[in-house]
Design a protein around this ligand. Structure first.
Ligand code: THU
Length: 135
């Protein structure tokens, strides 16, 4: 089985860059591509709240904008300022973005550095609407 601990550690490090002066909820993500490259992201909030972007989408959009199209796994770490939650699940919008670019067996590594669990995209977003539905 793949060792996801280093990916989790990178998500934790990315979390340090979180810009979250409104919610004080800091999230970091580390996205592993099929070619083995890693793109990190953090949440970036805005005074106009709807302009906020989650850590996961920051990582995905960085990667996609660099030409990446094939992804293996994403590690996600979050929690209120000063603490790390035992588990930070991605929001529905981020799951939908994952469904655009990832297969059903794409892995989500959720937890923190001391304990994490591996889920698949199909587990966290069953019955998803994808490009297949438009064809
Ligand atoms: N957030 C993420 O970055 N990822 C998630 O999966 C859940 C929520 C951010 C958005 C916002 O900046 C803060 O956490 C509180 O919702």
């Amino acid at each position: 089985m793949t060792d996801y601990a280093p990916l989790m550690a990178m998500a934790q490090r990315a979390r340090e860059q979180s810009y979250s002066p409104y919610s004080h909820f800091r999230v970091g993500a580390a996205l592993l591509t099929a070619s083995g490259k890693i793109y990190t992201g953090c949440n970036i909030e805005n005074a106009a709240f709807s302009a906020t972007v989650c850590a996961e989408r920051t990582a995905f959009f960085k990667a996609v904008s660099e030409g990446e199209r094939a992804f293996e796994a994403i590690a996600i770490v979050g929690g209120k300022e000063g603490e790390t939650a035992p588990f930070c699940a991605p929001c529905g919008v981020c799951r939908q973005v994952m469904a655009e670019f990832c297969r059903k067996d794409f892995k989500l590594i959720l937890g923190n550095e001391s304990h994490f669990e591996v889920f698949t995209l199909d587990m966290v977003l069953p019955f998803s609407f994808t490009q297949d539905d438009l064809s």
